[in-house]
Design a protein around this ligand. Structure first.
Ligand SMILES: Cc1ncc(COP(=O)(O)O)c(C=O)c1O
Length: 418
């Protein structure tokens, strides 16, 4: 990208941004929560909207001068509602974690119980990891997979836990689970114990928007919350969607003034732009290709003896047991792949015997590479790079793979960078 001012006013930061552009351009991004936004989203993010305070909501602000902001936020809300089939949208959450926290406070009281996915089985930090503040405010109880071979959730055990623990919220959602959840079963459990059914679709929002994953609202969920920057390919941010008017009011109050101050209006505008892109037919093709790509990569990895948790994927991500596949922990594989220009992350696997800092697994996914226009053939090539690098004999092998990674990367430009 061209920067007309930064190179002169702050050459150090300008230089570092250019360095990062180069890293993105010449490497392969497999972190399954990352993506490349369009130049249009980027332009909205860096606009003068940054200069305005807009505490409140459209038509009810605390400061003057918000006529334009009202129109922008109202448009973002309308597009979010249309995209996910919602009756109410809050687009002010600064990110996924604040969207989770605001939702918990909107629907539950301090001390109440929340039933979420076990963190080593795919659940996210924000779903009550002991290191988070929310874990000190709410009581989190867990459900798990029945078997790591299929990934099916043990819905009978989940129901028993729900009946014994009486949660206020049944939380569906994950950051490291490669299968589709049975929202109908979860909704039924929530109904049986009088809990709200909430889906944190941070990872799969783009798949839902593009019709490549099931929409929890179709199975009667009360609330759906998400990040906007992963598969949905928007700016960094969060959103919370619901149907019911009263719930919508509670959620709005929990976001502002409950948890946040002024909304970041350039991000709200950029969300509107990204939602507009996701409403186009091309986004459906993109979302379906993300899943087709993940399936192709998963198959190639498994064909080469890589042990995937649940033996495949239904969505955009894969989780591999690095110890079983390569005889090395996930962190070692992450490091060796960094050397060849492939970025992914070490990750805990179900009931991991190793530590969070040095887990057994690696997590990888296809949203970013799919944005660059790569298809199944390239996914098989990337899978081969991963296996070759993980099993490489020495530096010479790694250098050769790095050159091949660079070659493939440069054939598929990053939007806005080239
Ligand atoms: C399921 C889920 N929820 C919430 C979050 C938190 O989002 P953020 O990093 O935007 O706060 C993540 C991020 O990885 C996530 O995967």
């Amino acid at each position: 990208m061209d920067y007309r001012f930064l190179d002169k006013t702050d050459p150090l930061i300008h230089g570092l941004i250019k360095e990062e552009e180069e890293r993105q351009r010449t490497g392969l991004e497999l972190i399954c929560s990352e993506n490349y936004v369009s130049p249009a989203v980027m332009e909205a993010m860096s606009s003068v909207l940054n200069n305005k305070y807009s505490e409140g909501y459209p038509g009810a602000r605390y400061y003057g001068g918000n006529e334009v902001m009202d129109k922008i936020e109202a448009e973002a809300i309308e597009r979010a509602k249309q995209l996910f089939g919602a009756g109410h949208a809050n687009v002010q959450s600064h990110a996924g974690a604040p969207a989770n926290i605001a939702t918990y406070f909107a629907l539950a009281e301090p001390g109440d119980t929340i039933l979420g996915m076990d963190l080593s089985h795919g659940g996210h930090l924000t779903h009550g990891h002991p290191v988070t503040h929310v874990a000190k405010v709410f009581r989190f109880v867990r459900y798990k997979m029945k078997s790591i071979e299929t990934g099916e959730i043990d819905y009978d055990a989940m129901r028993q836990v729900a009946k014994a623990e009486n949660p206020k919220i049944v939380l569906a959602g994950f950051s490291a689970y490669p299968r589709e959840l049975n929202y109908k079963a979860m909704r039924a459990i929530a109904t049986e114990v009088g809990a709200y059914a909430v889906a944190d679709v941070a990872h799969i929002a783009g798949l839902i928007a593009g019709g490549a994953a099931r929409n929890p609202f179709d199975d009667g969920f009360d609330v759906m919350l998400s990040t906007t920057h992963k598969s949905l390919r928007g700016p960094r941010g969060g959103m919370i969607l619901t149907h019911e008017r009263e719930l919508g009011k509670k959620i709005d109050k929990a976001v502002f003034p409950g948890f946040q101050g002024g909304p970041i209006m350039q991000m709200v505008a950029a969300k509107a732009v990204a939602f507009g892109e996701a409403l186009k037919p091309e986004f459906k093709t993109y979302a379906l290709q993300i899943v087709a790509n993940a399936k192709a990569m998963a198959q190639r990895l498994m064909d080469q003896g890589v042990k995937l948790i649940t033996n495949g994927t239904d969505n955009h991500l894969m989780l591999a047991d690095a110890v079983k596949s390569f005889g090395k922990p996930g962190g070692d594989i992450q490091n060796v792949l960094d050397e060849v220009g492939i970025t992914l992350n070490k990750n805990m696997i179900a009931d991991d015997l190793r530590s969070a800092m040095s887990p057994s697994g690696i997590r990888l996914g296809t949203p970013a590479l799919t944005t660059r226009g790569m298809k199944e053939a390239e996914m098989r090539q990337v899978a081969d790079f991963i296996v070759r690098a993980a099993r490489a004999g020495g530096n010479e092998d790694l250098k050769k793979i790095r050159a091949e990674v660079m070659d493939l990367s440069l054939r598929f430009p990053v939007p806005g960078i080239g």
